[in-house]
Design a protein around this ligand. Structure first.
Ligand code: BG6
Length: 491
């Protein structure tokens, strides 16, 4: 990133939506407060909201100010002053709206120009075409595509073709906010800036890996999206597979935009396909029913409050998914990678657990294998579980003890939200932490047969009560080989 921030125009399509209000605007405010935005940088929201600049500033003042630390009013006012709003209906060939955007951007063609599409994927192609038709796509333009990028390989390829017809691949930033999380980046540092792990980072020493993204939240008000997404598309195809790539990838030659992504694609292409009859054996899907979450009685998925009533799709969609994956290469042959994600789980936790094998020959009874836990959230940190001797005379008694690094205690600096890091990378033109076209498509290629099999079956997802750790099938998935999910945080 250059030392002096360059003036930029950030055009957010879907600028008054949930993502924008909850994530993008707070992240941009933090960046502004930290001096990372040039004084001239503008944030131009586009939406159907029918707002003008003053209305939009009022809305942000009312809805965002309470969620960010405003220590001096001048900084907040400066941030509000950057905001503009253009009311537009992209689907309806709204020439007035485009004329307004064009007028706002006129004379600023040399600036970095970022189109951030915080909108459903079917709008990506039409938006890019219209922006191009309006003459707004300059050589210094970039486009950011929010997930989900399609709903299967064919639709992802279609979107990539449509966007690729207007923007060059180097101008396209496909965002996966998990890649902006501090611990995720730390995983790369842990693996490739320390010598001691690499010799044991393979099937000789590692028994299996677990990657979990558990959430306590349900899906109230999200039926329209979630019925057609489900946990596999919403979390596994992107976030969990990205984490798997970072754990499994070979050391890249350089820390640059292509080397890391090249290695990630190789991992995705090495995933053993799960097809046909194997899908039942290696995958599990569940849907939460009513239960107690956080001490409160909550409804099941089908009874979540929403504007639209449940449909056939609502009955079939999974709010929990677990998969036993395998990376078929020299390093990882025979090491299962268990992936799991769910809504309304008993705790919120995203973590990667690397479970090492037993010592080759144990001379102490009661020794358990080492475990490395990388905690993404909450309380980011790294913990290595080692065996130690309990003090005392007589028989040697062993106890697993943690060697812990808590980021909050070790580094006093505030841990920035993933979107802060990623937005600054877009403005700096650095795509390293964004997904390349071949990466996204390789991930869909692996997910597609699982989706096809699930959709062809006439079976509903396994129910699990809200506040529990997923359906029984998920425990059988790991239990079959004598393993168990890492559930320590349940305590
Ligand atoms: C989003 C999903 O990508 O990630 C949501 O669409 C999910 O369903 C969210 O809740 C989880 O993100 P985080 O950062 O809270 O783990």
């Amino acid at each position: 990133m250059s030392e002096t921030p360059q003036p930029a125009d950030l055009i957010v399509f879907g600028g008054t939506g949930d993502l924008s209000m909850r994530k993008l605007l707070p992240a941009l405010y933090h960046c502004d407060r930290d001096g990372l935005l040039a004084p001239e940088t503008r944030i131009i929201a586009m939406s159907r909201g029918g707002l003008d600049d003053a209305d939009f500033r009022g809305k942000v003042d009312a809805e965002v100010r309470g969620s960010v630390p405003v220590d001096d009013l001048a900084t907040w006012q400066r941030f509000l002053g950057r905001l503009h709003h253009v009311s537009i209906d992209v689907s309806g060939g709204d020439s007035t709206g485009w004329a307004k955007v064009t007028a706002l951007l006129a004379g600023h063609e040399q600036r970095d120009r970022v189109f951030y599409l915080a909108s459903p994927p079917m709008t990506f192609g039409p938006f890019c075409r219209e922006a191009h038709r309006a003459g707004l796509v300059t050589p210094a333009s970039r486009v950011v595509l929010e997930k989900p990028l399609g709903r299967d390989l064919a639709s992802a390829q279609h979107i990539n073709d449509e966007v690729g017809a207007i923007f060059h691949e180097r101008q396209i930033f496909r965002i996966d906010h998990y890649l902006g999380k501090e611990t995720v980046q730390n995983l790369l540092v842990l693996r490739f800036a320390n010598a001691f792990l690499e010799p044991i980072w393979n099937s000789l020493w590692i028994d299996h890996v677990q990657i979990t993204a558990a959430e306590t939240v349900g899906t109230p008000g999200r039926r329209g999206y979630y019925d057609h997404a489900g946990a596999l598309r919403d979390m596994v195809q992107n976030h969990l597979l990205q984490l798997l790539c970072l754990v499994a990838m070979e050391p890249p030659a350089r820390n640059d935009r292509e080397s890391i992504r090249d290695e990630k694609v190789k991992v995705l292409e090495s995933l053993r396909p799960i097809t046909g009859g194997e899908v039942d054996r290696f995958t599990v899907r569940g849907q939460y029913t009513a239960g107690v979450s956080g001490g409160v009685q909550v409804p099941g998925y089908l009874d979540e409050p929403d504007n639209t009533p449940p449909t056939e799709a609502s009955h079939r969609v999974e709010t929990f998914a677990a998969i036993r994956a395998e990376v078929k290469n020299w390093r990882w042959a025979g090491v299962p990678f268990y992936l799991r994600t769910g809504k309304r789980m008993p705790y919120r936790s995203s973590e990667i657990v690397v479970q090492f094998k037993e010592v080759p020959h144990s001379i102490f009874p009661g020794s358990t294998p080492n475990r490395l836990v990388l905690r993404l959230q909450p309380s980011e940190g790294i913990r290595l579980e080692l065996m130690a001797k309990e003090p005392g005379a007589g028989e040697v008694a062993l106890k697993p003890v943690p060697l812990s690094l808590s980021f909050a205690e070790t580094f006093t600096a505030r841990v920035p939200d993933a979107y802060e890091r990623l937005l600054m990378d877009v403005l700096a033109g650095n795509p390293t932490l964004f997904m390349r076209r071949d990466e996204v498509e390789a991930a869909w290629r692996w997910i597609d047969p699982i989706l096809t099999e699930w959709e062809s079956q006439n079976m509903l997802p396994e129910p699990y009560p809200a506040g529990t750790a997923g359906p029984a099938g998920a425990h059988e998935l790991v239990g079959r080989s004598g393993r168990a999910w890492h559930e320590e945080d349940l305590a």
